[in-house]
Design a protein around this ligand. Structure first.
Ligand code: MGD
Ligand code: MGD
Ligand code: MO
Length: 761
């Protein structure tokens, strides 16, 4: 895949996020995709109490929302959905599937909204329009012909509403399988697994108020300036109230250094707010060592007789303290400093901040979860919080910052291949059928099942499975082996082009669009990262009269598969989402009186035993302190993390730029440490091939340009999804099976050299 890199332009990384640059970027994307009138109409409804939930991320809304509560990337996510471009039947007739496969991700997405259900018949070169009834019949026939319900896989991405998710899992379990993998398997699964094991709840334990009232906030393995920009408002508020912020990241991400609020006049004019008081530039996957180093420094203070551990809390609420203290005392500073790449004074300074304050919040995202030891990372974070007694009180707790806007809600609704028996019992009681009890496949096992021919039908409620999952070539072969692939989608993506023998695209309404049925105007609900459930109402007319809502599509699939005699009245529930909410209220704990409570502006907070009552639902009733070995790495390879650029939403690429990091015009870059490049005899601008190494297997990705960057030695960074071909399917987190896409062992191999383009050119 040779390409020239003439458009690549590298500038020094930004040292401040937000400000005018963000406003300009919103304006240009909105004008391109929406035009002026539609821009204002759309954006003014975003995250308002009577408007729609931003499809960008799962960060909560503040109580005092401004006229437009948005951020640059939220606005782009909205403009991207509300775009006036259309991938209509004429588009699909003009382009063969094989031709579209050569398009860039950006161009595919820019083709616009899909307007009609489309069918690719066996052997056909083009998708062609099909009626909804025929589309559903194709799915029903395939599903009924399977040797077992477990030969089908039903994926979900995290934008799906609570109502659609509940109906989808109900349909899948009525059909007879728990094969419900979701994007969470690749995302915060390590958080859910790690937290459940040690504190008994798989979600965060803080509210937005807690973040704003914390005295110390640690942001680890997260790039909020790009991925959760509205979080910066909360960090800024906390900072102004006197909080200390510690950033732990291999890169000096601009927003963690300084932030200018793009909506506030003083934001344009002032120099912004300094964010991180301490910036720990950890080595990739050096976090277990770093967190142990900070804990060791706390223990050393305690051993000197200084108040550093919350002993009454530890005594009353935890087990495992002695084993942890023994391990921390026995591990040498040299070991921890070498493994983390952070010097002892910085680790001591962090411990100092923690020792001097009570209200501590630790926030994290993919830099923590996507490692072989992702669960150990999460539990090492919990260790620190427990040592300081930072649970069950205001201004303190664990804050895994979720990705997709309803990824947390989808899980609550039962989109989970390993849903607890209590959930299945409640389904059984409500609907009078025996749900399947055997666990289903997660994302990685779903790929294995399709690869090995054990699963022949793949259905996706949103998402872009091919590009989001690891080991792209393996996943592509797995999907191609299927008899049928079905995608409920809003926009074209690569998963539509790498398909089973028969393939369907079922176009659905998006968050921004009005949803009116015979029962009247409908709204949906979502759950944000902090367990607040609230309503979301689209305000734009649907982009095509042929779209159906996600609940209506599930109902159509269910009727075509299960027949008209099914005890669930699919037609009625898809038309009137209040009926779905009544079912949810009866099945899911915390949703009692759902229809009434969700109509209160702002919604309601789900119960959380740790946050509300300092109750740890683990055997013995006490939180567990845990001991973890330090991860090991092959010193002959570099450790690669695959990250998001500023101008993308997961697999949707808006532009080829990564503004804050100073990379423009090209995404096929590898950011590397200058000393490593010297050692390897590589120079800036050189085109290299990346090879990953796993259990004796080598995977290769050609044609990446070397960019020297401020990143610790031994570490490199590339963008996802381009680098996913290098992530081995079997390279996953212990306990959660999350692909370890931030810990890939690679080597760089030089080809022809290119002239160096420096910042000034
Ligand atoms: N605009 C926009 N918003 C998004 C998304 C998007 O693609 N675009 N995606 C959404 C989704 S689904 C998710 S899950 C979130 C993702 O949000 P993030 O987790 O912030 O996304 P990543 O780009 O994967 O960034 C990971 C960060 O972790 C750092 N990191 C990598 N490896 C390590 C490590 O070993 N240790 C430490 N301490 N840090 C490390 C990287 O340098 C980077 O700053 O964002 C959500 N919001
Ligand atoms: N190497 C590497 N791989 C990763 C990651 C990484 O950091 N590195 N991150 C992982 C993470 S955290 C995640 S969450 C996954 C993301 O994986 P996915 O959720 O599968 O991927 P997205 O790119 O978010 O999906 C985009 C598609 O969703 C469809 N869509 C958008 N809105 C809607 C809607 O309202 N309804 C429906 N039905 N469809 C809609 C559009 O057709 C669009 O093309 O990727 C994972 N993969
Ligand atoms: Mo995610």
């Amino acid at each position: 895949m040779a390409s020239d890199h003439d458009d690549l332009h590298v500038t020094p990384p930004a040292t401040v996020a937000g400000g005018l640059g963000a406003t300009r970027s919103i304006a240009s994307y909105c004008m391109d995709h929406l035009g002026p009138v539609r821009s204002l109409r759309t954006l003014s409804h975003l995250n308002q109490a009577r408007g729609f939930d931003c499809p960008g991320c799962a960060w909560p809304d503040p109580a005092d929302r401004g006229f437009i509560e948005l951020c640059e990337n939220g606005a782009r996510a909205v403009a991207d959905e509300a775009t006036h471009f259309r991938a209509d039947p004429a588009f699909w007739a003009a382009h063969a599937v094989d031709d579209l496969a050569a398009w860039s991700d950006r161009d595919l997405n820019r083709a616009g909204r899909i307007t009609h259900p489309m069918l690719l018949r066996p052997g056909a070169t083009h998708y062609a329009p099909v009626s909804w009834e025929e589309a559903f019949a194709v799915v029903g026939e395939h599903l009924r012909a399977l040797p077992s319900p477990d030969a089908a896989v039903f994926y979900t991405s995290g934008r799906t509403s609570n109502e659609a998710a509940f109906l989808y899992q109900l349909f899948v379990r009525r059909f007879g399988t728990n094969n419900l993998p979701d994007c969470s398997n690749m995302c915060h699964e390590s958080s859910g697994t790690g937290l459940t094991e040690v504190i008994g709840v798989g979600k965060g334990t803080v509210t937005l108020d807690d973040v704003e009232n914390a005295e110390v906030i640690v942001v680890i393995g997260q790039n909020p300036g790009t991925n959760h920009p509205r979080m910066l408002t909360a960090l800024q508020a906390a900072k102004r109230a006197g909080a200390h912020i510690v950033a732990v990241n291999p890169l000096r991400e601009a927003a963690l250094v300084r932030f200018q609020h793009p909506k506030k006049v003083q934001g344009y004019l002032g120099h912004g707010t300094d964010i991180a008081d301490l910036y720990l530039q950890v080595r990739i996957n050096g976090d277990v060592a770093l967190l142990q180093g900070v804990a060791k420094a706390l223990v050393a203070r305690h051993d000197r007789g200084e108040p550093a551990l919350d002993l009454p809390f530890l005594e009353a609420h935890t087990t495992g303290l002695d084993a942890l203290l023994d391990q921390l005392r026995a591990t040498s500073w040299d070991t921890l400093v070498a493994a983390s790449g952070v010097d002892r004074p910085h680790l001591e300074a962090t411990a100092d901040l923690l020792a001097r304050h009570e209200r501590i919040v630790i926030c994290w995202a993919m830099g923590v979860t996507q490692h072989v030891n992702g669960v150990a990372n999460v539990q090492s974070i919990v260790n620190l919080l427990l040592l300081r007694g930072a649970f069950g009180k205001p201004g303190a707790g664990a804050c895994p910052v979720r990705g997709h806007s309803n990824v947390q809600g989808d899980r609550t609704m039962g989109i989970w291949e390993k849903v607890p028996d209590t959930f299945l019992d409640a389904l059984q009681a409500r609907f009078g059928f025996d749900p399947p009890r055997a666990h289903g496949v997660d994302t990685v096992d779903a790929i294995r099942a399709m690869r090995d021919g054990r699963a022949q039908v793949f259905v996706a409620m949103g998402g872009n499975f091919l590009s989001a999952t690891p080991d792209t070539d393996v996943t592509a072969a797995a999907l191609r082996r299927c008899a049928l692939t079905v995608h409920v989608s809003t926009k074209p993506n690569r998963s539509h082009l790498v398909h089973g023998q028969t393939a369907l695209i079922l176009p659905c309404l998006g968050r921004t669009e009005q949803h009116v049925t015979e029962a009247g105007a409908q709204f949906v609900t979502v759950e944000n990262s902090m367990g607040v459930v609230h309503a979301s109402r689209g305000n734009l007319p649907p982009c095509s009269p042929h779209l159906r809502s996600e609940p209506a599509i599930v109902a159509g699939l269910a009727r075509a598969t299960l027949g008209d005699e099914d005890p669930v009245d699919w037609e009625a529930v898809a038309d009137d989402l209040d009926l779905v909410r009544d079912h949810i209220a009866a099945v899911v704990p915390g949703f009692e009186d759902f229809n009434a409570r969700v109509r209160v502006p702002g919604g309601f907070l789900l119960p959380n035993p740790v946050r509300d009552a300092l109750r740890f639902d683990v055997p013995g009733g006490k939180a567990r302190l845990t001991v973890h070995p330090l991860p090991e790495h092959d010193p002959d390879t570099l450790l690669m993390m695959t990250v998001r650029a500023h101008d993308q939403y997961n697999t949707t690429v808006y532009t080829p730029n990564d503004r804050y990091r100073g990379i423009h015009g090209d995404r096929r870059v590898v950011l590397a440490n200058a000393d490593d490049l010297d050692r390897l005899g590589l120079v800036a601008g050189q085109v290299v091939t990346l090879r990953s190494h796993h259990a004796g297997q080598v995977r290769e990705a050609p044609d990446f340009v070397v960019v020297p960057y401020d990143i610790p030695q031994g570490c490199v960074a590339t963008y996802f999804p381009e680098a996913n071909v290098l992530v081995p399917l079997d390279h996953t987190a212990v306990g959660s099976q999350t692909p370890a896409s931030k810990s890939v062992a690679v080597t760089l191999h030089g080809g022809a050299t290119e002239p160096v383009r420096d910042a000034a050119s």
